[in-house]
Design a protein around this ligand. Structure first.
Ligand code: ZN
Length: 491
């Protein structure tokens, strides 16, 4: 076999192991019997160790030495080399421990969150933090231990640069959010919105926008997520509350992730190139569909009649103007997943600062709720009522996903850059969307972003797509224009 074919076969084998781990993970997140937590955590840890060892194998090392450097083969070599270099640093035992501890912590998190008791979760958090610190220690050459965690999500990203972006966002958004806080929010829509009808609405909406239903599953889980078990099998979850329609927006967020996962070109499917260029680029797709499309007037011209058909009583007197106002209302919530666009990034800044402090040891896990509350007051002007609405609200620190939070903020920034570019390139976009025609939007994103997967590093991909680097300015200007340029100008 030629070197390219050999490496391609190995890449597919690696990607199949990842698919097995992802399938177990999907099952863990969506369908696990209460008593099976430990067993499944062990099984996932085993699969992740197998993946880790495949990356570490001498055979892969020899193949990569022989691999020529052009086209997809070169991209594949770049991605495999990076994964391999990192895998070689981390002992397999530690890899397995990280995974198993995360699985157990997640089970504990579900219980602790249900009873709003941080103390029940604390030992698991301590263990996760300790293991992440050991993980970061495997990369002593990095300037900042947080770099090691960030790289798992945004390859080659550096904490120093990410921190500058987040500082910039904080500097601009804290005063803006403060100025807007005094306003009376829009009256929310009055339910009840029966869960089974929301479920049916979402099941029709997602394929109507462009997901391939034949390669899709949609179910419910405590934490909304998208897991690709392979390009032919993408799983999306959301959660519903009879009192509101938040679940629809959570589903629109996952829609963006799922479109990306379904959008990789067949030429790179079943290889490690079939993944988002970075977690930030992935979040950008999600936030674009959730907010920039999903809260736009043209979108609701298309979707409102369908929503009215699902909830004729609740929406009897709700017009397009009302709906647009409600879904764009400022809603300063202590819960990140319910936050409005304006305050959302501040939630991620808060978590980024806390997880950096946990990692470098300046914050003890036991002191997390207190520090959380202080930052929540300073950035959002909010008091935290209980642990479930505070430090226990997100799954990430249970799941072991330290380093992920900044990608939400970067995703917001990139989403606005992409949205402005697509609007420039497709002049009739609003009319098309209002008619339920999403082809131009999807084609633009597929052509420039989705189909390439990880062929290019994320920064290069963005530059190739829209000609510029990540830039906070369009996003900050968008929020200032939308939520109160007047107050800021008067400052
Ligand atoms: Zn997301």
């Amino acid at each position: 076999m030629a070197a390219e074919e050999t490496i391609r076969a190995e890449a597919t084998a690696i990607w199949d192991v990842r698919g097995v781990a992802a399938t177990l993970l999907w099952d863990q997140q969506t369908a696990l019997p209460a008593g099976a937590g430990e067993q499944r955590a062990r099984q996932i840890a085993w699969a992740e160790r197998a993946l880790h060892e495949r990356y570490r194998s001498d055979a892969l090392g020899r193949m990569l030495e022989a691999l020529p450097g052009e086209g997809d083969a070169a991209s594949l070599a770049r991605v495999l080399r990076h994964e391999r270099e990192r895998a070689l640093r981390v002992p397999s035992e530690l890899r397995e421990e990280l995974s198993e501890a995360a699985g157990l912590a997640q089970q504990a998190w579900v219980r602790a969150r249900a009873s709003s008791c941080f103390a029940d979760f604390l030992p698991f958090l301590r263990r996760n933090v300790e293991l992440r610190r050991r993980y970061a220690d495997c990369f002593p050459e990095l300037d900042d231990p947080y770099d090691a965690l960030l790289d798992d999500y945004d390859p080659h990203a550096r904490t120093r640069e990410v921190a500058l972006v987040l500082e910039d966002l904080k500097r601009r958004l804290v005063p803006l959010a403060g100025a807007v806080r005094g306003r009376t929010p829009e009256e929310p829509l009055r339910g009840p919105f029966a869960v089974e009808r929301q479920r049916a609405f979402v099941a029709e909406l997602l394929p109507a926008v462009g997901l391939d239903a034949a390669r899709l599953r949609i179910v419910e889980s405590p934490h909304p997520l998208t897991i690709s078990m392979g390009v032919e099998d993408v799983g999306v979850t959301t959660r519903y509350d009879e009192a509101n329609l938040d679940g629809v927006f959570l589903a629109l967020h996952e829609l963006g992730h799922a479109l990306y996962e379904q959008g990789f070109e067949p030429a790179i499917a079943d290889t490690p190139l079939a993944q988002g260029a970075s977690a930030s680029m992935h979040e950008a797709q999600a936030r674009l569909f959730e907010n920039l499309l999903g809260r736009s007037r043209p979108f609701w011209r298309f979707a409102l009649p369908r929503l009215e058909a699902a909830f004729p009583e609740a929406l009897a007197h709700v017009g397009l103007d009302d709906l647009e106002a409600v879904v764009n209302s400022v809603r300063n919530s202590p819960i990140r997943l319910q936050a409005d666009e304006l305050t959302y990034c501040l939630h991620t800044v808060l978590r980024f600062e806390l997880e950096r402090a946990l990692l470098d040891g300046t914050l003890s896990p036991a002191d997390l709720p207190e520090t959380w509350a202080a930052k929540c007051a300073a950035y959002l002007g909010l008091e935290v009522d209980d642990d479930a609405a505070g430090v226990l609200q997100d799954v990430h620190w249970a799941f072991g996903a330290f380093g992920y939070f900044p990608t939400y903020a970067l995703g917001n920034v990139i989403a606005v850059q992409l949205w402005e570019a697509v609007r420039r390139d497709v002049p009739g976009l609003d009319e098309e969307i209002a008619d339920g025609r999403f082809d131009s939007l999807l084609e633009w994103l597929r052509e420039r972003i989705w189909r390439h997967g990880r062929r290019l590093p994320a920064d290069d991909l963005l530059r190739q797509a829209i000609g510029v680097d990540v830039d906070v300015e369009p996003y900050a200007a968008y929020l200032e224009a939308k939520f109160g340029a007047r107050e800021v100008a008067a400052r």
